[in-house]
Design a protein around this ligand. Structure first.
Ligand SMILES: Nc1ncnc2c1ncn2[C@@H]1O[C@H](COP(=O)(O)OP(=O)(O)OP(=O)(O)O)[C@@H](O)[C@H]1O
Ligand SMILES: O=C(O)c1ccc[n+]([C@@H]2O[C@H](COP(=O)([O-])O)[C@@H](O)[C@H]2O)c1
Length: 209
């Protein structure tokens, strides 16, 4: 039985924090594979800045030298109103019937799910297992205890909490802002993605030059 982690994100753009956290949870949780799952720009709840094709290209460039890392275009091909992590995880559990599948996420998302902000949050939590990484100083045990849907689904196996030596301040927003104002976020993201942004003038790269 293999262990598969699904890492969902806008990857707008992919950062070194995405790669570091994916690699760290793969090592510590003994995952055989991490699948990078870019969300669709058809998504209504978050504004995206680069196109689906551009974000996919940056992920491909960033992960090509790691044999445990893969990318899935599953959500990019879904109809707008059908996109939900609940449905996505159902699909991956069916694809990997013999294996153990985990959704990988930061603690910020744990809080959102616990507050019932996600579609079918209750069922999502009941039916899946999660690897949750510390972020933004959030106390993950308190977040689980405070949310009725999180604490009642927790049989001791639902949440794998990774809170030691994983927190990094890097975010996609910070990188986009730096490009936008003429700063230089080089070294906060993979070099190939950085060059791709420059060559394709993403995130207002050339505006301040
Ligand atoms: N530095 C980090 N530490 C822990 N988890 C992270 C980190 N950066 C991103 N993640 C996790 O990666 C997933 C995708 O995050 P997302 O694409 O929103 O990244 P982001 O950098 O926060 O982007 P944005 O700034 O555009 O919101 C989430 O589960 C998020 O918690
Ligand atoms: O299913 C939902 O309702 C839902 C709501 C918000 C976010 N998500 C998923 O959470 C992952 C990270 O999202 P975000 O907002 O941090 O880019 C990504 O895979 C999204 O599709 C999912």
């Amino acid at each position: 039985m293999a262990k598969i982690g699904i890492y969902g994100s806008s990857f707008d753009p992919i950062t070194d924090a995405h790669l570091f956290t994916a690699n760290t949870v793969a090592k510590r949780c003994k995952l055989d594979k991490v699948i990078f799952l870019p969300c669709s720009s058809k998504r209504q709840d978050k504004k995206l800045y680069a196109s689906d094709e551009q974000r996919v290209k940056m992920i491909e460039l960033a992960i090509e030298d790691n044999e445990k890392f893969e990318i899935s275009d599953y959500e990019l091909n879904q109809l707008a109103w059908e996109i939900a992590t609940y449905k996505t995880m159902k699909y991956f559990r069916q694809q990997y019937r013999e294996d153990e599948v985990y959704f990988i996420m930061g603690a910020d998302l744990l809080v959102d799910i616990g507050a019932g902000k996600w579609q079918r949050a209750d069922e999502l939590i009941q039916e899946n297992k999660f690897i949750v990484m510390a972020r933004d100083g959030i106390d993950m045990l308190t977040a689980i205890s405070r949310s009725p849907i999180l604490r009642n689904a927790d049989d001791g196996q639902t949440f794998h909490l990774i809170d030691k030596g994983i927190a990094l301040e890097i975010s996609s927003t910070f990188i986009r802002e730096e490009f936008h104002v003429g700063g230089d976020p080089r070294y906060l993201l993979p070099n190939a993605a950085y060059n791709y942004i420059k060559e394709n003038d993403l995130y207002g790269y050339n505006r301040k030059k």
